[in-house]
Design a protein. Structure first.
Length: 224
């Protein structure tokens, strides 16, 4: 018997059940199929423009930086300007997402590499599947087009998100994920990122970059 088997056997014994009772199994199946929503805070339930404003405020409160551009073609110049403004090399890595097939040549000094990071990249750019206004969180689905290594290994993480993809809350994000991928074919990993990596484990002193990027910069594209 494994530790898992022992734990569940102990729980069943304390509850006086076997786990095979038809009503209990039917209740579990109905809950999994129905995806009931819990109590949702009102903070993110706003009109589109106010929701975008809340999203940027919450991001900045979490030590991230934000920028708005009118269209996707403005992203290369925005990325190059951000890197220059922080005295960083004009070199970054991206995944293979068609969403990031942009006119990078319009920023001629910028070198753009493709594929997962091996830990030697200083900056990377990813695209968010959706975002949460309630907490200022970007939601990234993993895959060949959006490698998870880009979220954690580079020192600087730039995330592109469409203004129209910024939802109100966690429940909205999960509904969109199920709609896009299906309940049985979810991405291997869904990363929810709010601000740069941080820790205050040692003497309650806040340290940025403890387990991932020191900087998070979010570029919001278009209008909500």
């Amino acid at each position: 018997m494994t530790a898992r088997d022992l734990m569940f056997a102990t729980l069943r014994r304390s509850l006086g059940v076997t786990g095979t009772e038809a009503p209990r199994r039917a209740a579990v199946a109905a809950r999994l199929a129905g995806h009931p929503r819990g109590v949702v805070p009102a903070r993110g339930q706003l009109p589109p423009q106010q929701r975008l404003d809340l999203f940027t405020r919450m991001l900045e409160a979490a030590s991230a930086t934000t920028e708005r551009v009118a269209s996707a073609t403005d992203i290369p110049a925005a990325v190059a300007t951000f890197l220059r403004g922080h005295n960083l090399p004009l070199r970054l890595r991206r995944g293979g997402a068609p969403r990031l097939d942009l006119p990078w040549e319009t920023a001629p000094a910028l070198e753009v590499l493709r594929g997962p990071s091996d830990g030697h990249d200083l900056a990377a750019v990813s695209h968010a599947f959706t975002a949460l206004a309630e907490t200022g969180t970007v939601v990234l689905a993993s895959g060949p087009d959006n490698p998870t290594t880009l979220n954690f290994l580079p020192d600087v993480h730039i995330v592109v998100v469409d203004a129209s993809d910024i939802g109100a809350d966690f429940e909205t994000a999960m509904a969109r994920l199920r709609e896009r991928y299906g309940t049985a074919t979810m991405p291997r990993t869904v990363n929810m990122i709010t601000g740069p990596s941080r820790s205050a484990d040692i003497e309650q002193t806040l340290l940025l970059g403890a387990h991932g990027p020191r900087k998070l910069h979010v570029i919001v594209v278009g209008n909500p």
